[in-house]
Design a protein around this ligand. Structure first.
Ligand code: ZN
Length: 313
């Protein structure tokens, strides 16, 4: 009887891919990006620090080859991780690699899409389903309609044109649309985000997508005049996706509102639950709040922006 019980216990132990109480295994994926405008080596360091300080996550950083590079040695073991955080903007991947990642997600994997990761892979249909909406890299109306909020309601707009735009980096207010979602529950209904790129005219299938928060894109700052999706979740097969368009640079990532939604969104994508409490010092509807210790990880880009931070309206 005892032996039987032990056998049952052991088989349960080895059947469960991730032990209860153990840290959540995160694969932080980065690489490529044209030019120098997305410094992923630097932003990955900040994203990793933000996850690790919760004590909930064990983070492994994996840099993908450039799309023109050699993929023969690039074989991430997706199933060893509960969630993949993507800080990768790359135009394309080999088909076998795409198929493995699709299998991982459809089977119950987790994905967190940070900022320019939604520029990646315009020609990969499944990836565009996972992210819901994306921009740039020659996307047009063929990628899907634009999605935004008008009069408090979500609409999709099939008007032809390009995908992806933003004005100058200014502070803007993020407004919760699904305040009871675990990622937002207990956080303020609206908060000011630090100077950052406010993405607009993003396009995509928008299938099984829930917009958790929006921000108004001001025409005075080359904006659309619409309330643009800022935080989203997408159901992909049994997999869960959390997508944040925020975080162009280290300063954007240092916003207390970004950090909390990123930490919570990563836990949710991995487990479907959020156990983290709202942090102290959260930005209000009128005032930005950022972590100087994290912003300081990029002294070059954060110094000037820091001075601009109090200029919110
Ligand atoms: Zn950017």
């Amino acid at each position: 009887m005892k032996r039987f019980a032990l056998a049952v216990f052991l088989s349960a132990l080895f059947a469960a891919p991730f032990a209860a109480g153990a840290p959540i295994r995160v694969l932080l994926l980065d690489g490529e990006s044209g030019g120098t405008y997305h410094n992923w080596r630097l932003t990955s360091r900040v994203l990793r620090a933000e996850l690790e300080e919760t004590g909930l996550f064990e983070v492994t950083v994996v840099s993908a080859p450039a799309s023109s590079g050699d993929f023969s040695g690039f074989k991430p073991e997706w199933s060893r991780y509960q969630v993949v955080v993507s800080n990768l903007d790359s135009p394309e991947w080999p088909e076998a690699l795409r198929a493995e990642f699709e299998r991982y997600m459809a089977g119950g994997g987790g994905l967190v899409v940070v900022h320019a990761a939604d520029n990646a892979f315009p020609g990969w249909a499944a990836y565009n389903e996972m992210i819901g909406i994306g921009g740039w890299r020659n996307r047009t109306e063929k990628a899907g309609p634009m999605w935004y909020f008008e009069g408090g309601k979500q609409v999709s707009d099939p008007a032809p044109g390009s995908a992806g735009a933003h004005g100058a980096r200014l502070p803007f207010q993020v407004v919760a649309r699904e305040p009871e979602h675990p990622i937002l529950k207990g956080l303020p209904a609206a908060w000011m985000h630090v100077p950052d790129e406010l993405y607009g005219t993003l396009r995509g299938p928008g299938k099984n997508m829930t917009v958790l928060a929006t921000a108004h894109s001001e025409p005075a700052n080359h904006g659309t005049g619409h309330d643009e999706p800022i935080l989203m979740t997408v159901a992909y097969g049994k997999g869960r996706v959390f997508h944040t368009v925020l975080g162009h640079d280290v300063f954007g990532l240092s916003c207390v509102g970004f950090i909390a939604t990123f930490q919570r969104g990563t836990e949710w994508a991995a487990t479907g639950k959020v156990t983290q409490k709202a942090p102290a010092g959260f930005p209000t509807a009128k005032t930005v709040s950022y972590r100087a210790d994290l912003a300081g990880m990029d002294p070059e880009s954060s110094m000037g922006l820091r001075a601009a931070a109090p200029a919110q309206k």
